[in-house]
Ligand binder design. Structure first.
Ligand SMILES: Cc1cc2nc3c(=O)[nH]c(=O)nc-3n(C[C@H](O)[C@H](O)[C@H](O)COP(=O)(O)O)c2cc1C
Length: 408
């Protein structure tokens, strides 16, 4: 290790003694040299040492990313009412724990689609991970594996199914945006199966038009978009194409309007469990069960799709009352704290997924950042469960909650 980096690490670890030395000379010189030639690993460690809750990654990632990229991650559509309500709705729900319950430890493990996971928190599919950190979905997959949980990967994460399948040893799900070309879709799903993914996530709330992205003229760099489209299976695309040609191809390549027969079509070509992501309505939940969904994600896409949609947590109980026991229920949109996870489970979710927390922590510190973010959620949930007298996830229940969303 370079001497100046070692000095910086020592300074971080040893506190006032070394800070005192720095004031008198040598460490200060080392710091000055470091500023001119920073050591990336030490920088990441220093950044991550400042984060103690998920909201801290918001600022850390803002400093690392171009503004347009950060706003692509962080903003929602139109007036961002749904984006903000996803957070506010969790705050509206109170917790009234029993006292003197004698619980001093909690087992956070559960199963999702038969897969045992160490905690009921998973990574949500997020597009463009490679734009936020060079290791992108590979880092996320490794971090989820290390945390003993599932990584659901977007087909637009900009690493191939094979690259992601080989990253880390944890269970992974593949979220597919459907290519218009059925042959390309079929071949991609075969590759997803061969790469060892355990489930296929079909996102049914499609389309994203955000003011910030239009203002910033946000776009994907040419080489990344080209790699992405070729990874999906459009092998005819080549380096000689212009950015405009590739973007035009991209615009026409996807099925943006789908109907329920897509579930049947997918069922006909894959044996992987099907997870339908993006349901808030009870009749849609019933229909998804009828069509054979193995799991449903109660989700409004993190407020990125249609402003005015209700917060996911406000729909959880209604959906659970309708289809609980007939399919597995998951929830995303607005999870930022361990108490949020507990509230979602109390209202009927088996596990939750996190989108932006993953993107922000990845940008802040790559795999180490995502690992740390997951560990903070684990610790917060564990403390919440102990405070509520819940020795395991099965004992989390709605009687612990005040001001529950009305079912309707
Ligand atoms: C930058 C970004 C990209 C996303 N890309 C996808 C995607 O490719 N496929 C998908 O199903 N959902 C995508 N989502 C939605 C997430 O899977 C998830 O539903 C949402 O982020 C949950 O809300 P949260 O960000 O508050 O956790 C994306 C979300 C973000 C923030």
């Amino acid at each position: 290790m370079k001497r100046r980096s070692f000095a910086k690490l020592l300074a971080l670890g040893a506190g006032s003694q070394l800070i005192g030395d720095a004031e008198t000379g040598e460490a200060a010189n080392a710091e000055a040299a470091e500023a001119a030639d920073p050591d990336p690993a030490a920088e990441v460690a220093a950044d991550l040492s400042k984060a103690v809750v998920i909201d801290d990654y918001v600022e850390l990632s803002r400093k690392k990313l171009p503004r347009a990229t950060w706003e692509y991650i962080s903003t929602g559509c139109e007036g961002q009412v749904t984006l903000h309500d996803n957070i506010e709705a969790f705050r509206r729900i109170g917790v009234l724990p029993p006292i003197l319950h004698g619980v001093g430890a909690a087992d956070l493990s559960t199963t999702v689609l038969g897969q045992k996971i160490a905690m009921p928190v998973m990574l949500a599919p997020v597009a463009g991970l490679r734009m936020y950190h060079p290791d992108g979905a590979l880092a996320s997959a490794r971090a989820a594996g290390a945390a003993g949980t599932i990584c659901a990967v977007s087909s637009s994460a900009f690493h191939s199914a094979e690259e992601i399948g080989a990253a880390g040893d944890g269970p992974k799900w593949f979220q597919i945006y459907m290519p218009k070309d059925n042959g390309v879709a079929r071949a991609l799903i075969e590759r997803v199966e061969a790469a060892g993914f355990k489930a296929l996530v079909v996102t049914v709330d499609l389309g994203e038009r955000k003011d910030a992205d239009r203002r910033n003229k946000f776009g994907v760099p040419k080489q990344m978009l080209l790699k992405h489209l070729r990874d999906v299976g459009h092998k005819q695309l080549h380096d000689g194409m212009s950015q405009a040609e590739i973007e035009a191809f991209n615009l026409g390549a996807w099925r943006l309007s789908m109907s329920w027969d897509i579930i049947d079509w997918l069922r006909g070509i894959t044996r992987l469990p099907l997870v339908v992501k993006g349901i808030l309505g009870t009749s849609d939940a019933r229909r998804a069960v009828k069509e054979g969904a193995d799991a449903i994600v109660v989700s409004n896409h993190g407020g990125r799709r249609l402003d005015g949609m209700p917060a996911s947590i406000d729909r959880m109980r209604a959906v659970a009352d309708e289809v609980s026991g007939k399919t597995e229920l998951l929830l995303d949109s607005g999870i930022r704290r361990g108490t949020d996870v507990m509230k979602a489970l109390a209202l009927g979710a088996r596990a939750v997924l996190v989108g932006r927390p993953q993107a922000w922590s990845l940008a802040a510190g790559g795999e180490a950042g995502v690992r740390q973010m997951l560990e903070y959620l684990r610790q917060e949930l564990e403390m919440t469960m102990i405070s509520c007298g819940c020795p395991d996830v099965g004992s989390i229940n709605a009687n612990l909650l005040l001001n529950q969303p009305t079912v309707g």
